[in-house]
Design a protein around this ligand. Structure first.
Ligand code: DC
Length: 219
């Protein structure tokens, strides 16, 4: 299989994939795909329209993604809808819809279309196992559910949302179980992925290890 210039960063929710991916993308000038955000967007649009094809067409033709170092912003006809996608309610809906074959199929080509040969960092659950099986470098980022709940807590608090820690841990564990036991594209590391447990590591430590892997595979 011809390997393409993609770094996949898979792992459970709030494992630090987003931050790591953005850091790599900006430092190495790679494009970025946050596939979880696409599933969230799908769930958000699905509230108003139940036709999967129309939702996929809208994502392809009307939605604008703007990648910044601190976050990826999503615009629907000039309206910034990013914060509407970053709620626990939408995350749950996205997790539910993501177990459906036709939802995954409608998003497959959209995800592949983010690739250009200058390089792409693809963040998600099945980037290394399904969407970019041909990626040059695959990372699977883990962290304990308590550490992840704490990170998500801070993230939601920063967005001004009210959060309850025990409920958050419970939500995260339930969603992990659902994401990793579903039949289609379950959350699991690819055979050729580097698995990093970041429970006791700072983002800087994870990044410095990742840079060594990038230098080994890409340079
Ligand atoms: O990474 P996230 O929390 O924003 O993802 C939201 C949901 O989308 C997650 O619970 C599962 C689903 N998802 C998926 O099934 N496959 C992906 N590649 C990314 C996300």
């Amino acid at each position: 299989m011809k390997k393409i210039n993609v770094i996949t960063v898979d792992g459970p929710s709030a494992s630090g994939k987003g931050e790591l991916s953005r850091k790599i993308a900006f430092d190495y000038r790679f494009k970025i795909l946050d596939s979880g955000l696409l599933y969230r967007l799908f769930a958000y649009l699905h509230k108003k329209n139940s036709d999967y094809e129309e939702i996929a067409d809208k994502i392809k033709n009307e939605i604008i993604f703007q990648s910044k170092r601190e976050a990826i912003y999503v615009f629907d006809q000039n309206n910034d809808i990013t914060n509407k996608l970053r709620t626990e309610e939408i995350a749950k809906e996205a997790s539910k819809l993501s177990s459906r074959d036709n939802v995954r199929k409608s998003l497959f080509d959209i995800q592949r279309s983010f690739y250009n040969d200058k390089g792409l960092v693809a963040d998600g659950r099945d980037m290394g196992t399904v969407v970019f099986k041909d990626a040059k470098l695959k990372i699977f980022l883990l962290a304990s559910s308590k550490v992840r709940a704490k990170r998500r807590y801070l993230e939601l608090q920063n967005l001004g949302q009210e959060v309850n820690m025990p409920a958050l841990i419970d939500d995260i564990e339930k969603r992990d179980l659902k994401d990793s036991t579903r039949k289609l594209s379950p959350l699991t590391p690819a055979d050729d992925a580097y698995v990093i447990d970041s429970s006791n590591m700072s983002l800087e430590e994870v990044y410095s290890y990742t840079k060594k892997l990038i230098n080994k595979e890409f340079i």
